[in-house]
Design a binder for this molecule. Structure first.
Ligand code: HEM
Length: 437
């Protein structure tokens, strides 16, 4: 049921064999590691050709500078402005399901991917991909090619060596895919930068009115004056590519796991719908103040992504001797934070830790006391900046979907594969049926 990577450790596979490293699974130790060791493990260097060293793979001083600007883009007020867009995108996604209703088991991955990519390109760059299906498909293919080549480098030990990788056909394939990804972000960054400079020159009011502001616009407004800029063009482009990559596969698979878990329990599904009806009525749109009222939906989403964290492992690197509860990790050691194990720890979540039980989130007595016990978004200071964004997006989609359709699936039948990301190999199909009004 878990993952099918080869190797002694089912989830870690060959990567585990490559280096002498520590694996941390206890929330107290995890907190120490993620907050004291901000440096990333060596495998993150494989994403550098794609993402540069600006955020996910950045060295600590650069990361600290850049994270401050990225955090500005995810303030609650800006996120609230996204909700209208999330509702619209969710409605469109649900419309596309009409052809799947009553057709037996269907794979929703392609439709979820399109919806998430269009949304994140809008919120990151402020670009609307509607009607640009070919471009959308090419961009998705290029992103997928990049991610699969990069993760192969970790799981095919011979490709870790740069000279061997550079001679391989994967290198050429990566370069071609990167061309497509970079072309899009490069052109958009230049366009937005020019518009921003024109606004500055005309002394236009930069205060934003109506709609939402893209991540790129927020960063430009806060980092660029007529004469100075914190970021050069490549850094800006890299930062935007980091945002797209970080939001892309993660949200796609978490969305899928949430729907599969909901489809696995008719009682859970009925309770979510009851709550939606009582908070929003039959067709009122989700508003930001409703999010705190949808407590059961919140519990269901968190429970699904606790059980199936799309990034089951993250890696850090100690620069000093680091004392944990029972052991000291020497300086210059790679450390794996085992998110899957933390999220399913019986010690913290109880003997039913492996079960899908949203109710546990509703009772403080059944919840672990330690914050790091729920690690899906990566605990600590270098954790996910898009956590609230992702949860809002997933909830908006579930609200639109369950109002119209009943879904059936079985998360216990899923077979998963872990190659950096936890992906379903089989058993993830969903049945969709129209709900009676
Ligand atoms: C449910 C979906 C998501 C999950 C499970 C998730 C999970 C994570 C995790 C585990 C990390 C830490 C990675 C590491 O240390 O190696 C991370 C980092 C990050 N995430 Fe997410 N993420 C999700 C969605 C998003 C979205 C939608 C965005 C942006 C809109 C985003 C932006 C980022 C960024 C920029 C980082 C790097 C932060 C830094 O290095 O300071 N994520 N995410």
């Amino acid at each position: 049921q878990v993952a099918t990577c080869p190797g002694k450790w089912p989830l870690i596979g060959h990567a585990h064999k490559l280096v002498n490293k520590e694996v941390v699974t206890e929330p107290e130790d995890v907190s120490t590691i993620v907050n004291k060791c901000l440096d990333k493990m060596f495998v993150y260097k494989f994403v550098e050709p794609m993402l540069g060293k600006t955020l996910i793979a950045a060295e600590v001083p650069t990361w600290k500078r850049n994270r401050k600007f990225v955090d500005l883009c995810f303030k609650q007020q800006l996120l609230d402005d996204y909700l209208q867009l999330f509702n619209e995108r969710a409605e469109r996604f649900v419309e596309t399901l009409a052809e799947d209703a009553g057709q037996g088991d269907v794979d929703l991955k392609k439709k979820i991917t399109r919806s998430i990519l269009e949304t994140s390109v809008m919120t990151t760059f402020g670009i609307n991909l509607d009607g640009k299906n070919e471009m959308n498909d090419n961009y998705v293919k290029a992103l997928n090619d990049c991610l699969s080549i990069i993760s192969d480098r970790i799981y095919k030990p011979w490709l870790i060596i740069d000279t061997i990788f550079n001679l391989s056909s994967d290198r050429k394939k990566l370069e071609k895919a990167l061309e497509t990804v970079f072309q899009f972000s490069k052109e958009t960054v230049l366009l937005r930068k020019t518009e921003h400079l024109q606004r500055l020159q005309k002394k236009e009011d930069l205060n934003h009115k109506g709609g939402f502001q893209s991540v790129l616009d927020v960063i430009l407004e806060n980092s660029m004056t007529e004469t100075e800029s914190v970021f050069n063009d490549v850094e800006l482009r890299n930062t935007m590519d980091n945002m797209i990559i970080a939001a892309f596969d993660t949200t796609i698979y978490q969305m899928l796991y949430v729907l599969i878990c909901i489809g696995s329990s008719p009682e859970v599904q009925d309770k979510i719908l009851e709550e939606i009806n009582s908070v929003l009525g039959k067709d009122k749109q989700l508003k930001s103040n409703n999010l705190s009222q949808l407590v059961y939906l919140d519990a269901v989403v968190k429970e699904a992504i606790r059980l199936y964290p799309v990034g089951p492992l993250i890696g850090r690197h100690t620069t000093v001797h680091t004392k944990l509860r029972n052991v000291t990790i020497p300086a210059e050691s790679p450390v794996i934070v085992h998110i899957w194990a933390i999220n399913r720890s019986k010690r913290y979540w109880g003997s039913d830790a492996e079960e899908f039980k949203p109710e546990r989130w509703l009772d403080s007595k059944t919840m672990p006391k330690h914050q790091a016990a729920f690690a899906t978004f990566g605990p600590g200071r270098r954790g996910c900046v898009g956590k609230t964004y992702a949860l809002m997006y997933i909830k908006a989609t579930v609200v639109s979907l369950l109002r119209k359709y009943k879904i059936t699936a079985d998360h216990k039948k899923m077979k998963l594969e872990c190659k950096v990301m936890l992906k379903p190999l089989s058993g993830h199909l969903i049945k969709i049926e129209k709900r009676d009004k």
